[in-house]
Design a protein around this ligand. Structure first.
Ligand code: GLN
Length: 192
């Protein structure tokens, strides 16, 4: 199973380690030729404007879209979620428009730039500790989007077919349940 972590900027090493802890294997990827060979791709948190610029410069928009439309699971965390979104409401950045959500960047304001709190995730038996860092807010979800977790009433973990996204950072905790969920999507996509 080849899992790539888009490695221009952000929590790349943390995602690779989290995938390994969850029982998979991942590698950093940067180029279009690498994207087309993947079974799964993670777009990490970081700065969405920076990651978006590299995606455009490297010509990754179409390779990523093509892989996702042929069924490859993709997971975006925080800035990665912004990159996947159909629409970015404020401080618009370029996005791939492969997840039917609208997001607001840096939506929790300066007072609550970074915080942790427990969230209930569908299918998890115990609460999950979400780490939020200058997190975006998902303000609208399309009809095909499944909300797997909410925080203060707003979606924070969503799934639309093979596209998974969270406003929080599971790679910064030792709880590997979200990465295991992503691995199970990849397993499922290879069987079907
Ligand atoms: N605030 C960042 C952005 O808008 C995202 C922060 C993060 O990924 N932790 O790109």
């Amino acid at each position: 199973m080849r899992i790539g972590v888009l490695a221009f900027q952000g929590d790349v090493r943390e995602h690779i380690q989290a995938i390994e802890k969850a029982g998979g294997k991942a590698m950093p990827v940067k180029r279009a030729v690498e994207i087309s060979k993947l079974d799964g791709l993670i777009i990490p948190g970081g700065e969405s404007t920076t990651i978006a610029r590299f995606i455009k410069e490297e010509g990754l928009t179409e390779p990523i879209r093509a892989q996702v439309s042929s069924g490859m699971p993709i997971y975006g965390t925080c800035a990665g979620l912004i990159i996947l979104a159909r629409r970015v409401e404020n401080n618009a950045v370029f996005s791939l428009k492969i997840l039917d959500v609208e997001v607001k960047r840096n939506a929790y304001g300066r007072q609550r730039e970074s915080f942790e709190d427990e969230i209930e995730v569908e299918g998890f038996e115990t609460p999950y500790r979400g780490v939020f860092i200058r997190a975006p807010l998902i303000s609208k979800v399309g009809p095909q989007v499944k909300v797997l977790a909410r925080y203060q009433g707003k979606p924070v973990l969503v799934l639309e077919k093979n596209v998974l996204a969270s406003t929080f950072h599971p790679e910064l905790t030792s709880d590997d349940r979200i990465h295991r969920l992503f691995l199970s999507l990849i397993d499922g996509s290879k069987k079907s």
